[in-house]
Design a protein around this ligand. Structure first.
Ligand SMILES: C[S@@+](CC[C@H](N)C(=O)[O-])C[C@H]1O[C@@H](n2cnc3c(N)ncnc32)[C@H](O)[C@@H]1O
Length: 242
């Protein structure tokens, strides 16, 4: 049986001193979290995690972010209501219901950080992303966990399965770059080009960063002078923009 180890950090320490609330995470997430969300620690942020189960992650995030954070946890199972801790809110509903997500976000959003650790089915992950991405603040992170289910037929996945979340996430890479082409028919400009700053693929985790931006410019810097231009993009990119 593999053993729990690694360098100590808040999340590893938390995992090794949990009480009667089970927490379910992949071990390597515990080393990714500090790098991903460390800048939000102690801040007045709005946080949403989809998927409560036995409630183990509620004290983990509460302890990490501190008393200024507004923490919401969502699950389809009404039994999770009783797992809310002081200063946290548990919402009950279906992550594959956009109307529910919209009403919930009206009450609790917009968010700086959204983690989807819910049912992990393809339709759930994609529907939740589409409904909640507009409710993520500029500079915020949208994290989808356990994306290995994209390779599991029982979750609607499979290798290069077009309906999988992994293929959806790969498609976001193209959307983010849709400034840089003039293939209007095959590859139209997508609004997400102006909204996505980065897409990170970790083992079993996809992180999409919101960064609202203008059409990109290139710079030529010399002798302390910086010249900005869109000339190269005018020639090679989408004519309708540059
Ligand atoms: C992996 S567990 C959550 C683990 C928890 N985040 C933790 O770190 O310990 C998944 C949870 O997602 C919930 N879930 C499944 N389908 C859902 C749906 N359609 N909408 C909302 N929650 C759902 C399940 O009830 C279950 O409690």
């Amino acid at each position: 049986m593999p053993r729990f180890g690694g360098n100590s950090n808040y999340f590893r320490d938390f995992a090794s001193r949990t009480g009667d609330r089970m927490m379910l995470k992949m071990e390597h997430y515990l080393d990714i979290y500090p790098r991903l969300v460390g800048h939000l620690r102690g801040q007045d942020i709005s946080f949403l995690e989809i998927g409560v189960y036995k409630g183990g992650s509620i004290p983990m995030w509460k302890g990490y972010f501190g008393p200024s954070a507004h923490l919401t946890f969502l699950d389809i199972d009404p039994a999770c209501l009783q797992l809310a801790l002081p200063g946290t809110t548990v919402e009950i509903g279906d992550q594959s219901d956009p109307d529910f997500l919209s009403r919930m976000a009206d009450r609790r959003g917009p968010f700086d950080l959204i983690i989807d650790d819910g049912g992990h089915h393809m339709d759930q992950q994609i529907t939740s992303f589409n409904a909640l991405w507009p409710r993520l603040n500029d500079g915020g992170l949208y994290i989808v966990e356990d994306t290995h289910t994209s390779y599991w037929p029982g979750f609607g996945g499979g290798f290069r399965e077009p309906a999988s979340f992994m293929e959806f996430a790969k498609d976001l890479i193209d959307r983010m770059h849709s400034w840089y082409t003039d293939q209007d028919d095959a590859f139209p400009l997508h609004p997400l080009a102006a909204e996505i700053g980065s897409i990170r693929f970790y083992d079993s985790m996809v992180v999409i960063e919101k960064h609202m931006k203008e059409a990109p410019i290139s710079i030529a810097a010399l002798d302390g002078q910086v010249r900005c231009s869109r000339k190269m993009l005018q020639v090679r990119g989408r004519k309708s923009i540059f």
